[in-house]
Design a protein around this ligand. Structure first.
Ligand SMILES: Nc1ncnc2c1ncn2[C@@H]1O[C@H](COP(=O)(O)OP(=O)(O)O)[C@@H](O)[C@H]1O
Ligand SMILES: [Mg+2]
Length: 276
């Protein structure tokens, strides 16, 4: 039985340059982590923008939890948009605001909670990504990995059932990147969060992916369990992508193995993260 929480059908995106995405059909199941892969400029960020309702598609439908983010009225769209958090490719923290103020924002925008409670919740979110003690720092004064984690804390603020992460580990050193992957898996295990993650990082892909979606030449060239997609010997791009320096012999770690983790509380989520 289908357990789809995201349903994309017939999605088309035309730009001034022509067709960028053509007739995309796919679904994402509740609690799974789908990685979106493809060459630079193939439309991965554009795909996410259309799924989260930031841009209207030229044609097609996107249902989140069965409701249309494309055709829903403002109330429906607002409700859907509250159900997910987004970590943008740029990180997009407000530079003039402290980390605490950045994480307070979603509460201020979307809830009527009293400011003392908002402050408390935002501190908890920062602690959950290993940033306790950094509440009063400005983004300019922390490392790239910490910025990504602060962005993640903001995306997580309202405990959304769905997360969209656009290249979360780009530009991070391998240790920070591995810590972020661990955090992503812990979130999924603790809350059953569904995630779509755009990434180029092989280590990340092997660690977190349940399924991989390959965007190529306007279409979905492959979509399925990571092992299956990697085995697509008929697709040169896939073969090259997965056989970069020394990784071709690596067995992917099934993301499901992480589900054996016993941690299930927010305070445990930062275990293993060091502040780089
Ligand atoms: N609204 C738009 N109008 C014109 N070109 C666009 C628009 N949106 C995206 N593009 C172009 O589409 C291509 C895909 O962009 P993007 O989705 O950012 O790719 P990726 O994230 O895969 O690197 C780029 O060449 C970008 O310049
Ligand atoms: Mg992009």
């Amino acid at each position: 039985m289908s357990n789809a929480i995201i349903q994309v059908s017939g999605l088309e995106v035309h730009t001034s340059e022509g067709v960028l995405l053509d007739s995309l059909d796919f679904t994402v199941d509740q609690g799974e982590i789908v990685v979106v892969l493809g060459a630079s400029g193939c439309g991965k960020t554009t795909l996410l923008r259309h799924i989260i309702g930031l841009s209207p598609p030229s044609a097609g439908e996107v249902l989140i939890g069965g409701q249309s983010i494309v055709h829903g009225d403002n109330d429906v769209r607002e409700t859907i948009m509250r159900s997910f958090g987004v970590l943008y490719q740029s990180g997009a923290l407000f530079g003039s605001m402290t980390l605490l103020e950045n994480v307070c924002l979603p509460f201020e925008e979307h809830t009527d909670l009293p400011s003392r409670l908002i402050d408390q919740l935002a501190r908890t979110r920062l602690a959950s990504v290993g940033l306790a003690g950094f509440e009063d720092y400005l983004p300019a004064n922390i490392s790239g990995g910490m910025k990504k984690r602060a962005g993640l804390a903001r995306a997580l603020a309202l405990e959304p059932p769905i997360l969209f992460l656009d290249e979360p580990s780009a530009g991070l050193d391998p240790i920070s990147s591995a810590a972020l992957d661990k955090l992503i898996l812990r979130l999924r295990d603790a809350y059953g969060t569904t995630m779509m993650v755009v990434t180029h990082e092989l280590d990340s892909i092997f660690t977190i992916a349940d399924r991989a979606l390959i965007l190529q030449d306007k279409h979905i060239a492959a979509y399925g369990p990571l092992n299956e997609v990697m085995g697509r010997s008929d697709n040169e791009w896939i073969q090259e992508f997965f056989s970069r320096s020394g990784t071709s012999l690596r067995a992917p770690i099934p993301a499901a193995a992480s589900a054996q983790s016993t941690e299930s509380t927010t305070s445990d989520l930062h275990e293993g993260i060091h502040n780089d």
